[in-house]
Design a protein around this ligand. Structure first.
Ligand code: FAD
Length: 325
């Protein structure tokens, strides 16, 4: 079953997934490998690995994806950006990931460098994520249009079947995209990505279940049919509050922000963030979300605590359960 099929079909368990970023040092690489092992034990549907805008090779991101393939049974999902790249460069990048065995992508435009404006030539050949979706689809079709499958009852015989299609996720923005010029532009962009071949979407983070649920309703009314997976970030420290603002341009809800800032104990701060994210996860799932995608910040304790507090079962046996510290 593909990732998108899995998200489409109601199941007694709630699919969940995690996002990590490539480590910068040898020490953080070792730590991330330990984290990935713990995350994998929980049985996520996939683990996604972010990719720096403007990159021309898989680099550190691909190293993490390769590690996931080699050392865990979890599907690795590669974020890919196209900003600043040529058409040929982006095609070469996609081939590099396909050659490494990667079959699931999150196709992103990426943010232009500070000060760049739409139309600046150095923004690259591909103007939007929808064009990257099309390119991934075209590059994969070049190489795996057909495959061979056995025929039951005829040992040694084979028939030609369509090759396995790659999974292409895209970004969606419950609060709109900061660069949108009109209120519907981000939904039009999502429709374009769906038309280009996207198989599911993952949202930018948000802090109220209604923001996600109303966004999904607007998308459905506009004709978006692909599953829309809610992206949830546990905000567990004042430093992370600042990061949210930087990522999204949106303020964190006042009650969460104040609670984190008046609480001096980092362990209590973490518990506050976990509780908020767990409530949000439980509410979106109750509202019909096809699963939850959690930003793990390269650490397993917090996201596993969120799943546990949200009542979302994982493959970790009771005796192994994480403690909220
Ligand atoms: P697009 O779908 O191309 O466009 C996004 C919006 O920009 C559209 O809604 C539209 O309103 C507007 N827009 C698009 N084209 C035009 C145009 N020609 N003129 C004017 N407006 C236009 N970034 C990274 O660098 N690395 C990552 O790993 C990464 N991971 C992410 C994961 C998730 C789940 C999300 C939600 C975002 C992630 N981002 C990442 C950030 C993302 O690259 C930025 O938000 C980027 O600005 C938009 O990317 P997109 O794929 O949505 O672009």
């Amino acid at each position: 079953m593909t990732l998108a099929d899995d998200l489409r079909h109601a199941s007694p368990t709630v699919p969940f997934s995690f996002e990590v970023y490539p480590p910068r040092t040898a020490a953080s690489t070792t730590a991330l490998h330990a984290t990935l092992a713990r995350l994998a034990e929980a049985g996520p549907r996939f683990i996604s690995v972010t990719y720096g805008a403007g990159g021309s090779s898989g680099g550190r991101s691909l190293e993490v994806l390769r590690h996931l393939r080699a050392h865990t049974g979890v599907e690795p999902l590669a974020h890919l950006t196209c900003v600043g790249n040529t058409y040929a460069g982006a095609a070469a990048l996609i081939r590099e990931f396909l050659d490494a065995g990667i079959r699931s992508f999150l196709a992103l435009r990426g943010d232009p460098p500070a000060g760049a404006r739409e139309g600046d030539p150095f923004l690259g050949d591909l103007e939007s994520a929808a064009q990257l979706v099309q390119l991934i689809d075209r590059v994969q079709a070049e190489r795996a249009a057909y495959a061979e499958a056995g025929i039951r009852g005829l040992p040694g015989a084979a028939r030609v079947v369509p090759g396995q299609r790659v999974e292409i996720a895209v970004a969606a923005f419950p609060h709109g995209h900061p660069r949108s010029r009109h209120p519907r532009q981000h939904i039009d962009a999502l429709l374009a990505k769906q038309a280009a071949g996207a198989t599911f979407a993952i949202t930018q983070l948000f802090f109220h279940a209604d923001d996600y649920l109303a966004f999904v309703d607007r998308c459905r009314a506009a004709g978006v049919r692909i599953p829309i997976l809610p992206g949830i970030m546990p905000v567990t420290s004042p430093a992370r509050l600042a990061r949210v603002l930087q990522l999204t341009g949106h303020e964190v809800p006042a009650e969460l922000s104040i609670a984190l800032q008046i609480e001096p104990d980092p362990h209590r701060q973490r518990a506050i963030g976990v509780e908020y994210a767990a409530r949000l996860a439980a509410e979106v799932v109750a509202g019909g979300a096809p699963g939850v995608h959690l930003y793990a910040f390269n650490s397993h304790e917090t996201v596993l605590a969120v799943l546990r507090e949200a009542g979302i079962p994982t493959a970790i046996r009771n005796t192994q359960k994480e403690t909220t510290r």
